[in-house]
Design a binder for this molecule. Structure first.
Ligand SMILES: *Cc1c(COP(=O)(O)O)cnc(C)c1O
Length: 399
């Protein structure tokens, strides 16, 4: 019997998911090789991945692989000495992970409104929210557009804040001062979650220029087992390699070798994948110049955008609301998303910290309008054309 056509799709084309993974035969072969090698947990592939990632950032960088960016943010804050009662500045416009890691340490996130144009944390608002308990700031490079590196470093220096950058969207990206991941912040954390610009399925990387911070993250990522002590024992009498010491109650946040093997291939492909996303973003910019959309903030001269997300905002004169737009795109078989529902609208954060919409006027205003369109290095030209046609059709009033 013929299957009834699903009611949600008026399109004859197969559904185009919002986030299309970009995994090829090279990645598959690398994972198979890792499986055949016998190293299923953290081993030589993870070490090579760390070395290659650090090298991609420039000289003097330390990279520690972890099993998520959330884990990396937690470890970086722990290593920076954040503890009970401390306050940490975070943007309203982010994924909950940015704020939840602060609670892991019994510290308190202080949620700050964003810049209306970039949707990155408003550094003036952040400075105004500083109290005697404020210890750190976690800026998010939203969509892959770097936060103003000079202003961030200036704020941190003047007010004595530690900086842990949430760079989940920002590989590869660069501010006018150099690559995101190579600056003066205590730590920069990248995500290799399935939908991010490069992926290991689940995974992340902590970057720092501070060897002591790197050592602490390395120890705490694996149960607080001291590698130094381990190495000392192991270097001793043959047969003593079973010996290790535990120097702190650490966590289980290490990255596996099969995941690292996948990451090494994605890392090599990262510049080409970024160029593909940038080309799609430019195609969208040109195609939507004359419709009722505000287009994403462009990088200033000398700044490199990672183009993880392409976020448009519906104008008042658009014929549909944001929610109707997403439904109309779904009816055309095209998946869209919303980045983000601001923290102040999430019940836990709203209730625990008495967050009121009035305190976040710019995030509140943007939230009603934003839509993330499909953006992936795996999109074909025909798929991009299909998104363009669907957006133009919906905004022309097509139902
Ligand atoms: C995806 C994401 C994270 C979390 O990354 P994981 O690797 O899934 O832990 C953190 N912050 C932001 C802004 C993200 O988009």
């Amino acid at each position: 019997m013929p299957q009834p056509r699903p009611a949600f799709s008026a399109s004859s084309d197969p559904p185009l998911p919002f986030a299309l993974p970009d995994i090829g035969e090279e990645e598959i072969a690398a994972v198979v090789e890792a499986l055949r090698s016998g190293w299923l947990t953290t081993g030589p592939a993870a070490a090579a991945f760390e070395a290659e990632f650090a090298a991609a950032m420039g000289p003097g960088r330390h990279a520690v692989a972890v099993n998520s960016a959330t884990a990396g943010l937690h470890l970086a804050l722990e290593a920076a000495g954040i503890g009970p009662g401390d306050e940490v500045l975070v943007p309203d416009w982010t994924f909950t992970a940015t704020a939840e890691v602060v609670r892991y340490l019994d510290a308190h996130p202080v949620v700050v409104d964003v810049d209306a144009h970039t949707l990155n944390i408003d550094l003036a608002a952040a400075e105004a929210a500083i109290t005697p308990r404020t210890r750190a700031i976690i800026p998010v490079h939203f969509a892959g557009l770097p936060v103003d590196a000079a202003a961030l470093a200036d704020l941190a220096r003047r007010r004595g804040l530690s900086v842990v950058e949430d760079a989940a969207h920002a590989f590869p990206a660069a501010s006018a001062r150099g690559p995101v991941g190579a600056g003066p912040s205590e730590a920069v954390v990248f995500s290799f979650y399935a939908t991010k610009t490069m992926t290991t399925g689940e995974g992340g990387m902590v970057l720092t220029g501070d060897p002591d911070l790197a050592a602490r993250v390395r120890t705490m990522r694996l149960h607080g087992i001291s590698r130094d002590v381990f190495a000392r024992y192991a270097a001793g009498a043959a047969g003593s390699s079973w010996a290790y010491d535990v120097v702190a109650p650490g966590f289980k946040y290490n990255l596996t070798d099969p995941a690292a093997a996948l990451g090494r291939v994605q890392l090599r492909r990262a510049p080409a994948m970024r160029d593909a996303r940038a080309a799609t973003a430019a195609r969208y910019d040109a195609a939507f110049a004359d419709v009722s959309l505000d287009l994403p903030a462009q990088p200033p001269p000398g700044v490199e955008h990672a183009w993880h997300l392409y976020v448009v905002r519906l104008r008042d004169d658009a014929p549909v609301s944001r929610d109707e737009f997403i439904d109309a795109m779904a009816a055309r078989g095209i998946g869209c998303s919303v980045h983000f529902t601001p923290l102040h609208r999430m019940s836990y954060w709203r209730d625990a910290y008495a967050l009121s919409p009035a305190a976040f006027p710019r995030a509140q205003e943007a939230f009603g309008r934003v839509v993330s369109l499909p953006l992936s290095s795996a999109l074909t030209g025909a798929q991009v054309d299909r998104v363009v046609d669907a957006v133009r059709d919906v905004l022309a009033g097509g139902s």
